[in-house]
Each structure stands twice: as structure tokens, then as C-alpha cells.
Design a protein around this ligand. Structure first.
Ligand SMILES: [Zn+2]
Length: 175
């Protein structure tokens, strides 16, 4: 748990392929890790490219990944749907695979993050989601915070989280 806390040390920028195993066993993309990599993880929310990690580094990467960074509007929802589809094909019932499956409430990691962005507990009603979004979006709106880059980023995160949650009604109570 102590390795590369800040800079993260991975992945092996620029040398990917240089050390590739001739017999075709994929090695973990975390620098210095010789483990077999059978866990794909998206390089960014907006990219189709993937890193390949061992089970432990996939879990660590997953925990440190900021889903809503640089994300706006419909991209969150599209990404979540794509991950839900592709992830099932990689490894079913694997708690460390990208996307993390779903927790005991049936909420995926991405949905949980969206709830966190909106500072909501699990299973809010659609009305609660909407009310929270309106309140936060109003406070963070660029018109109210001219030139404030942090507020602008936060506004986009809130917007993306709302778009994602409002498009995935299965997590809502009674729906
Ligand atoms: Zn590894």
C-alpha cells in the first residue's frame, strides 16, 4: 500500500512493448511489477485504450481513478454503459475488474461516485437527485463564478453525475 502513493509510478510510459514477453504473456503495466496482467482498465474516461494490470494493481488503479475528471454532459453516461457492456465480457463475478461490478445494493462503482459528487446517499429518489443537482449547479454555475476554474470543473462534474444518474433509473428506490 505504500508504493508510489503520490506520483503513482505507473504505467510504464513510453516503453510499453519494449519489455514485452516473447511468449505472449502480458505483464502488469505497473512499473516493476512482474505479475501476469489479466485486468484491463481504461486509460481515461474518454479513451478506448486500456492498461493491463495484475489483480492488485487493477484494484489500486480503480481506487485512485477519478471518473468525473474532465468529464461533461453525456460522456459519463455513455462511458458507464460501455463499461457495463464490455466489462461483463472480461471477467464476470470478479470484484477487482474495472467498474467493480456492483456492491450489495446493486450500485456500480461509477454510480457510487456520481452519488458522492452530488453528496447523496444510496438510492435517492429521482426528485432528490434533481433537487440536489439544481442546488449545486446553481451555486457552481459559471455565470456566478466568472473566471473560477475550480468552480467550472466542479460544475461539469456535478452535471456529468446528474446526467449519469438520471439516465440509470435502476438504482432509484422503487423504480
Ligand atoms: Zn501489478
Amino acid at each position: 500500500m505504500s508504493r508510489a502513493k503520490k506520483s503513482w509510478g505507473f504505467p510504464r510510459w513510453g516503453e510499453y512493448g519494449v519489455n514485452s514477453d516473447p511468449v505472449g504473456v502480458r505483464e502488469c503495466d505497473f512499473e516493476g511489477c512482474p505479475e501476469k496482467a489479466d485486468h484491463p482498465a481504461p486509460k481515461s474516461t474518454l479513451s478506448d485504450e486500456r492498461w493491463w494490470f495484475c489483480v492488485n494493481h487493477a484494484a489500486e488503479y480503480n481506487r485512485n481513478w477519478n471518473f468525473f475528471e474532465g468529464l461533461s454532459n453525456d460522456q459519463a453516461r455513455e462511458f458507464a454503459e460501455r463499461e457495463a457492456n464490455t466489462n461483463a465480457g472480461y471477467s464476470s463475478a470478479d470484484p477487482y475488474s474495472w467498474g467493480g461490478g456492483a456492491d450489495k445494493d446493486g450500485v456500480s462503482r461509477v454510480e457510487r461516485e456520481a452519488l458522492d459528487v452530488l453528496e447523496l446517499e444510496a438510492s435517492p429518489s429521482p426528485a432528490e437527485v434533481k433537487a440536489r443537482f439544481r442546488k449545486m449547479a446553481k451555486a457552481l454555475h459559471p455565470d456566478r463564478n466568472p473566471g473560477d476554474k475550480e468552480a467550472e470543473k466542479a460544475f461539469h462534474r456535478v452535471r456529468a453525475a446528474y446526467d449519469l444518474l438520471s439516465g440509470r433509473s435502476k438504482i432509484y428506490k422503487g423504480s
